[in-house]
Design a protein around this ligand. Structure first.
Ligand SMILES: Nc1nc2c(ncn2[C@@H]2O[C@H](COP(=O)(O)OP(=O)(O)OP(=O)(O)O)[C@@H](O)[C@H]2O)c(=O)[nH]1
Ligand SMILES: [Mg+2]
Length: 220
């Protein structure tokens, strides 16, 4: 749940990367950590892994105080995708302000995607969040792999949902990671502006919000 602290003029927001096991949630966070400007990000916490599988969560803090004075802080989390970690997923999901659902594009992973999306709907309900009112972006990752479902089929399949169009990515080489994040930020702005009057009260328009939280560095 977005949290405004008037004494510090600080706004805290939480974004969760959700999806089936091995879809590339941790890889998305690692790429954001690499690609975003150094001043905009803190340390990437990669917690409790075994064989590169997330057992608890990863977290990357992002944020910056602008000349407008508002200290915008975003915490990006990943959940563990493996089925057995459901109680951890629910805990990480609680009070989320936005979701990036990372699906796996490989043909043989489509049932796992559907199951994980159903699990997201279920857990959102359990933590008292309404999927229809939550900024949510769906990314189909691993486009570089053989045997992926064609983009056109995926776009068509999701066309009648509020989450169309889908974002395509190959997180392993960074493609589509920042773009996905910017679409999420755009949707997050709409929701946050409604609740906290970012434009009227803080002078922060959509472009400023998105750019401040997703400015890329020069690789140094
Ligand atoms: N070829 C390819 N491999 C990827 C891509 N994204 C991630 N991977 C690989 O897929 C494996 C799983 O990636 P992770 O980012 O750890 O997946 P995760 O969703 O965090 O998995 P859990 O923590 O178990 O839920 C790793 O070996 C990654 O290098 C991609 O776009 N293309
Ligand atoms: Mg992970």
């Amino acid at each position: 749940m977005a949290d405004f602290i008037p004494e510090d003029n600080r706004l805290n927001l939480k974004v969760v990367f959700y999806g089936p096991a091995l879809s590339g949630k941790t890889t998305n966070l690692m790429q954001l950590h690499t690609l975003l400007m150094p001043q905009r990000k803190g340390e990437l916490m990669v917690l409790e892994t075994r064989d590169d599988r997330t057992l608890f969560f990863d977290m990357l803090p992002i944020g910056l105080k602008g000349s407008d004075g508002l200290d915008l802080r975003l915490k990006l989390y990943t959940v563990p995708g493996q089925v057995q970690h459901d109680s951890t997923r629910k805990a990480v999901l609680s009070r989320a302000d936005g979701i990036v659902f990372v699906a796996d594009s490989q043909r043989n992973q489509q049932d796992n995607n559907a199951m994980a999306f159903g699990n997201l709907e279920e857990n959102l309900d359990k933590v008292g969040l309404d999927i229809d009112n939550l900024p949510l972006v769906i990314q189909f990752n691993k486009r570089d792999m053989a045997e992926v479902v064609p983009e056109e089929d995926l776009q068509q399949r999701w066309a009648q949902t509020p989450w169309s169009p889908l974002q395509m990515a190959s997180a392993l080489n960074g493609t589509g990671v920042v773009d996905t994040f910017r679409v999420l930020l755009d949707r997050l702005y709409t929701a946050t502006d409604q609740e906290f009057q970012l434009a009227d009260r803080h002078g922060i328009d959509r472009q400023t919000f998105v750019d401040r939280l997703s400015a890329e560095g020069d690789g140094s």
